[in-house]
Design a protein around this ligand. Structure first.
Ligand code: SAH
Length: 395
């Protein structure tokens, strides 16, 4: 059997059951485990504590499958984990309202590196760790068996794969290849999702609960939706009676798709002003033109990809938030988000406070938001928290 033995210094974090074991924590490797193969994990005093997948290319050298030394990592193990994750989703997702949601959220569902999203009759997967890739065939068979989808599509076309010694990959894994656009339901609204070319696995499922909250605020408001992608927030705002919407997005294909989504939900296109451009520039232009709005949504892409980018990212967040606060009418509402895992909840709030001070406005947090409930955060894996949002009133 292949195994790793940990250094004495690793004892404390092993007690916390964090699923990542870094290369520096490993004293000794026995056998010759291949990329992603399962290894036994021993403490420095030779006690077996569980099993994990070995990843020789990555700084995260082992990802723990189980802290139960008795648990065998086989088809049954994966079936149990997937079934458990699915049963938890069934409790929180009302399928008649929503058929696009995350079934498996990697480490937080005890399956490091595996993402599985459901889009109606299709599953879209990402295999982001050597261990997930190593067990791919088994995982696909189980998913196919449980969900009986029309097709299982892979969107592992992401750079993090290279850290695990894997190539980015996109292909049909099982069943029929989907058309580019799939129609899904979300909270009763209809959306077209491009699972082949769209961002992530096609749609920002993590914002579903926050999009719903928009409905409570949008009635009668003039809304500016920044970084609007395929119009998710805009559909909810318009459907709940927003007076007008301007949306800024740099991708013209995303704007085209948002127009289709308005049509699909019978929303009046004459209420929408599409601006295909850069949010940083357009907000400055609006400031110079003295344009104002009752509600502004800022949902930018990840500004901090690594720890080294935290400072620069903070400046970016402050910049757009300061501009947005200046554009809001008194009593206006700001929905502001950061999806950078490296920006903590505390830091994000600090950045927004800095923007509030510089804007000269009186700003209060009225809601604190995070990722949707189908993107849970295991408490032994705090890195699972990445999406933070604040709803602020601006006077
Ligand atoms: N709120 C959206 C998701 C936003 S993702 C939803 O609920 O679906 C971020 C979006 O910002 C992406 O569509 C990306 O194309 C766009 N984007 C990135 N940088 C931009 C910039 N500088 N100006 C305008 N749009 C940008």
């Amino acid at each position: 059997m292949q195994s790793v033995t940990l250094k004495k210094s690793a004892d404390s974090f092993i007690k916390r059951k964090h699923p990542w074991i870094f290369s520096g924590a490993i004293e000794k490797i026995e056998g010759n485990p291949s990329n992603g193969e399962t290894v036994q994990i021993f403490t420095s005093d030779k006690k077996l504590i569980g099993n994990g997948s070995f990843s020789p290319a990555s700084q995260i050298r082992v990802r723990v499958w189980s802290f139960d030394p008795e648990e065998i990592i086989d088809e049954n193990f994966f079936r149990r984990k997937i079934s458990l994750a699915y049963s938890q989703r069934e409790k929180i997702i009302e399928i008649s309202e929503t058929n696009a949601y995350r079934i498996i959220n990697a480490e937080s569902d005890g399956l490091p590196g595996l993402i599985v999203d459901r889009y109606s009759d299709f599953l879209v997967c990402q295999f982001l760790s050597a261990g997930a890739e190593f067990n791919k065939e088994t995982l696909i068979e189980i998913l196919n068996d449980i969900f009986k989808p029309f097709g299982i599509f892979e969107r592992s076309d992401v750079e993090v794969r290279t850290k695990e010694g894997l190539q980015p990959n996109q292909s049909i894994l099982k069943g029929i290849a989907p058309d580019n656009l799939i129609e899904v339901r979300e909270n009763g609204f209809k959306f077209l999702v491009d699972i082949k070319n769209g961002h992530k696995t096609g749609f920002y499922l993590d914002q579903r609960d926050n999009r719903k909250l928009i409905s409570e605020f949008a009635k009668g408001k003039t809304v500016l939706n920044c970084f609007s992608y395929t119009g998710g927030f805009s559909v909810y705002a318009l459907a709940s009676g927003a007076e007008k919407i301007a949306q800024i997005e740099s991708s013209s294909s995303a704007i085209d798709l948002s127009n289709k989504n308005f049509e699909l939900n019978n929303l009046n296109p004459s209420l929408v002003e599409n601006i295909n451009g850069d949010v940083f520039e357009i907000l400055r232009k609006f400031r110079d033109e003295r344009r104002t709005f009752d509600m502004i949504i800022l949902d930018p892409p990840k500004f901090a990809e690594s720890v080294s980018q935290i400072q620069q990212a903070s400046r970016g967040y402050k910049d757009i938030n300061l501009l947005a606060m200046k554009l809001l009418n008194p009593g206006g509402i700001l929905f502001t988000f950061s999806c950078s895992g490296h920006i903590s909840t505390e830091l994000f709030q600090k950045i927004i406070s800095g923007a509030a001070l510089d804007s000269g406005r009186e700003v209060k947090i009225i809601n604190q938001l995070t990722q949707s409930s189908d993107h849970p955060i295991a408490l032994n894996f705090p890195e699972g928290l990445y999406l933070k949002g604040l709803v602020c009133s601006v006077n």
